[in-house]
Ligand binder design. Structure first.
Ligand code: ADP
Ligand code: MG
Length: 472
């Protein structure tokens, strides 16, 4: 079989899986038009027809594509989305039609649910255009699927309020926070909720980038009147990632007018950005101040509890059996943002399904070694030894001494255990750093500490505390 045709078949399987996960509508809008380029140096290139689509796929599906694909083919380490016309005819590989790829009952239910809340086709011409203007909504981004915790409770409550009230509670609602913390999720959730409750209300959701493209296109086709009309006749306008139009003066100008027109007519406007209105550089002062007039709600970086909650919800939703220990491990380790967190969970699940083995802490660490290495780079075995010795009040030299008294041996085992967990060192390497001990001694230490953590809560707490200090 040629490399290309086996790549195509892998893609067909990945695509089938994605289709089950995201539902028919999102699949048709985003995934069906993709074609496979090449696999080089562990990187798969996927071709998309437009830049807009590239960005959307990158932020919404690339992680998942990579996870599924590396499950299909472990040579695949990353996925690059590039804009290009498809080079080959889009021949559907046989895998597409195979009965085994039929969606599971659960997935089918999801598709039905999604169809129910599809926007009702609007009657008037203007309405249709407005709906066309809106970017597709991700069926997974609902309020039900959003896990609430301290860092996002204000944003969540504000989003609910906007979605539920018939008046306009605050205008605009301005959501801001770092990447991957749930801004887009909340906006889609608002749109789904409004469409479900009152399909006659016209809701437009689009990225600031798309707003700009539409505007530029309207300028080019001398169609700005129609452009203005479309926006100004909506009930709810959501613009995502508004920082994108920083420094783009004429787009800002147009946006400002659209914004004012809508607010004046008491239509709801919802904006997201990566910074607060006052910190948006490259934005005109009058626009910045106007954006801060309503309710400004920030989403803070996630906490351990929130990450664990999100992992639990996600594991339940996909029906995967994942030991609590593994979820806790991920919640500890993947702290950057929720997208990464979900990506790592997906990878673990995909891997376990593929090799047909249960998920364990070990397998999770293996599958994620590249991600974990990045977050572990700073901790060295020497630091671990030092911290652990301090904590248990023993001499640093005893980390490598031959003494076997429990008061010394136990802390040494803890240090070995942490060295295994927090660094990428192999068992023999770790053994060498502890007075040239054998790798089986390290293995024994790791098992022993694991076992004690399970039976002795006070000990487990000690270990946990040390881990947190070392990860700092
Ligand atoms: P942002 O727009 O802020 O960059 P997204 O809304 O795209 O982030 O979120 C990234 C991913 O994380 C999405 O898959 C989203 O569903 C998920 N996510 C973020 N916050 C939560 C949460 N609180 N509960 C459940 N999923 C979340
Ligand atoms: Mg976003």
């Amino acid at each position: 079989m040629s490399v290309q045709s086996s790549l195509d078949q892998q893609w067909a399987r990945v695509r089938d899986r994605l289709k089950d996960e995201v539902g028919e509508t999102a699949y048709r809008s985003w995934l069906k038009p993709l074609t496979v380029g090449s696999l080089e140096g562990g990187q798969v290139r996927i071709l998309v027809p437009t830049r807009f689509m590239r960005d959307w796929i990158r932020t919404h599906y690339a992680d998942r594509i990579r996870a599924l694909w590396s499950g299909e083919n472990n040579l695949v380490q990353s996925v690059e989305i590039v804009v290009a016309a498809p080079v080959r005819a889009d021949t559907a590989p046989p895998a597409m039609e195979s009965p085994s790829s039929a969606p599971a009952p659960v997935a089918r239910e999801e598709v039905v649910a999604e169809l129910v809340i599809e926007p009702v086709p609007a009657s008037a011409n203007g309405d249709e255009r407005a709906d066309e203007m809106s970017a597709p909504l991700d069926p997974r981004f609902t309020f039900e699927n959003f896990v609430v915790g301290k860092p996002n409770e204000l944003a969540f409550a504000a989003a609910r309020r906007v979605a539920e009230s018939h008046s306009v509670p605050f205008n605009p609602l301005f959501l801001y926070g770092g990447v991957g913390l749930g801004k887009t999720h909340l906006m889609h959730a608002i749109a789904w909720a409004i469409r479900k409750k009152d399909p006659s209300r016209r809701v437009i959701y689009l990225s600031a980038e798309k707003f700009m493209y539409q505007f530029i296109r309207a300028l080019r086709f001398k169609d700005t009147m129609a452009f203005k009309e479309q926006f100004r006749s909506v009930d709810v306008l959501m613009i995502d990632d508004v920082q994108f139009i920083s420094g783009k003066d004429s787009t800002q100008e147009e946006f400002f007018h659209t914004f004012n027109a809508l607010v004046d007519q008491n239509r709801q406007v919802i904006i997201s950005a990566d910074k607060s209105p006052s910190d948006l550089e490259g934005m005109e002062e009058r626009l910045r101040s106007r954006l801060g007039w309503g309710l400004v709600a920030d989403i803070h970086p996630t906490t351990y509890e929130l990450r664990l909650g999100i992992l639990q919800q996600k594991a339940d939703r996909i029906g995967a059996k994942i030991p609590q220990k593994v979820l806790e491990f991920l919640a500890h380790k993947i702290t950057s943002n929720v997208r990464e967190l979900e990506g790592s969970l997906n990878r673990i699940v995909a891997h376990a399904e593929l090799v047909g083995r249960a998920i364990t802490l070990e397998s999770a660490q293996d599958v994620l070694h590249d991600l974990l290495r990045a977050s572990n780079r700073r901790v060295t075995i020497e630091e671990i030894q030092k911290k652990v010795a301090e904590h248990f009040n023993i001499r640093l030299a005893d980390m490598s001494s031959a003494r076997r008294a429990r008061a010394v041996a136990r802390p040494r085992q803890v240090a070995m255990y942490l060295a295994k967990q927090l660094t990428q060192r192999s068992l023999p390497e770790i053994g060498r750093k502890f007075g040239d001990r054998d790798h089986t001694t390290v293995m024994h230490a790791v098992r022993k500490v694991d076992e004690l953590c399970g039976t002795d809560p006070a000990f487990a707490e000690d270990v946990e505390l040390l881990r947190r200090m070392l990860e700092g």
